[in-house]
Write a protein of this length. Structure first.
Length: 95
């Protein structure tokens, strides 16, 4: 199946662009995709999945919906879905 992957901030740098279209096995889950991304992109290795769960403070969306509110890493994906990956964001403190 073909997925549209969108990356933001430091993950965009690791992937070499904002949007990547990639093929994955039919029946893949968000966890399957994230594991493949960690294996493919050095800048994502160990930053998407930690201790078998979604890494703290990152956001992963399936078609605009946070996967934590769906089935987490077990969220099923279908051909044509869009997966967006946001790294942790810090800041906003007083100067």
């Amino acid at each position: 199946m073909e997925l549209e992957l969108r990356f933001f901030a430091t993950f965009r740098e690791a992937a070499g662009g904002k949007t990547v279209t990639a093929e994955f096995a039919d029946g893949s889950t968000v966890g399957d995709v994230l594991r493949e991304l960690e294996a493919e992109y050095e800048g994502m290795n160990g930053r998407l999945i930690v201790d078998g769960d979604l890494a703290p403070q990152i956001n992963v969306l399936k078609n605009g919906r946070e996967v934590l509110h769906l089935d987490g890493l077990d969220t099923a994906l279908d051909d044509g879905d869009r997966v967006s990956v946001f790294p942790p964001v810090a800041g906003g403190g007083e100067p």
